[in-house]
Design a protein around this ligand. Structure first.
Ligand SMILES: [Zn+2]
Length: 391
């Protein structure tokens, strides 16, 4: 009797445990201006490593809560984290055992190329750029293929090929091969019909003339956010990033570029989502962000440029080469950088940390108005040199 009782207790415990774990999740949808996924709980000065932004209303399976973040089960073997204010719980909605993909369309309009993929649900995704050959690879998590039809129209001009791989039972990989080696940006969203994922691809301009480009300039910091300060002079980074930015604006204007956008022209307080939304509105062909570096060690000096995605690297190396020719030391070209304005995949972007405010020799240069002009000219040359390398 006792054995049976024990066995019964163990069995009922296991049953309830199984039920508990099976239901130990809830579904949520992304909300807010710029929801983004992070790989893990890592953290540094600029936050944890970001996987990428998501559209709103993307359905996520939340399986755990860690401080200010939720843990998301993207697929059987993949998890990510998201800030709690970026999701809203969906009541009484359960996850389906599987979600299917459906037919695709590859096409273009007068401005962009598109790949659209019909899905059962607005599922989370992650994109990456590849080079040699240039490709955009988008993983759709939780999706299993039922795509047996990919319509490809001649209106698509930048897309060379599009296909998929089912890399795992529940990870569907969209692969888009581009005609040009240079990435000009892509944007992923769900269209208004609901559950159709769209990858919008920026084409390489037909004429590679800098005067035809829409160029955005971001002066770092501003308002209540002063940034670093000068070691000897105490000057504020926010004041000098604006001086460099204005000089760059003037230099580009002089070179015949009419479509220039400045995220700020005054001592304005702007947070990163605000800057990104403004940039989205302007829809630049390229973005140049300007900051001044700082280190706790006053011997550290030099100039550096930064990118997040490999497809945008060439612009940053071209600009670095030019700015370095002003006699600044090489601090380096930094990849995978977690700076917010390097996060958008929509356009090539380059962060320039001109020099170190914390180094006496660099600081002296930074304080000199002639140096602002020289840096602006070198950035312009960097952009034109980059354009010359494109095929
Ligand atoms: Zn800064």
């Amino acid at each position: 009797m006792k054995k049976w009782l024990l066995a019964g207790l163990v069995l009922s415990f296991l049953q309830s445990y199984a039920q508990d774990t099976a239901h130990h999740y809830f579904l949520a949808r992304t909300i807010g201006k710029l929801p983004f996924l992070e790989y893990g709980l890592g953290d540094d000065r600029l936050g944890g490593a970001k996987m990428g932004f998501l559209d709103s209303n993307v359905v996520l399976k939340i399986v755990d809560s860690v401080d200010a973040k939720y843990k998301v089960q993207l697929s059987r073997f993949h998890t990510a984290y998201i800030d709690k204010p970026n999701v809203e719980r969906l009541l009484n909605q359960k996850s389906r055992p599987y979600y299917l993909t459906n037919s695709w369309k590859v096409y273009g309009d007068d401005k962009y190329d598109y790949v659209s993929v019909n899905l059962d649900e607005k599922l989370p995704y992650h994109s990456q750029q590849q080079i040699n050959p240039s490709r955009i690879v988008v993983d759709v998590f939780g999706a299993t293929s039922n795509s047996n039809w990919i319509t490809q129209l001649k209106t698509a001009r930048e897309i060379k090929n599009a296909w998929y791989e089912q890399t795992e039972d529940d990870v569907f990989r969209v692969i888009i091969e581009l005609k040009h080696p240079q990435h000009w940006g892509h944007t992923i969203y769900y269209d208004t019909t609901g559950k159709r994922m769209v990858v919008r691809i920026k084409r390489q301009p037909a004429v590679l003339d800098i005067r035809k480009l829409r160029i955005a300039i971001d002066a770092g910091h501003g308002g209540t956010n002063s940034g670093a300060s000068g070691l000897m002079s105490g000057v504020l980074e926010k004041e000098y990033t604006l001086k460099f930015a204005k000089e760059l604006q003037a230099t580009l204007k002089k070179a015949g570029i009419n479509n220039i956008f400045m995220t700020r022209t005054k001592d304005t307080t702007l947070d990163m989502p605000e800057r990104i939304m403004m940039l989205r509105q302007f829809s630049p062909d390229i973005l140049i962000s300007i900051h001044l570096n700082s280190s706790g060690v006053d011997t550290v000096q030099g100039t550096s440029t930064y990118y997040r995605y490999i497809g945008f690297r060439p612009l940053t190396t071209a600009v670095l080469n030019q700015v370095m020719s002003l006699g600044l030391k090489e601090y380096g070209n930094v990849g995978n950088f977690n700076f917010s304005l390097s996060g958008p995949t929509d356009y090539p972007n380059c962060l320039v940390e001109v020099a170190f405010l914390s180094n006496p020799a660099d600081e002296k240069k930074i304080l000199n108005p002639k140096f602002h002009k020289a840096v602006a000219k070198k950035i312009l040359t960097g952009i034109t040199e980059w354009l010359k390398t494109l095929k």
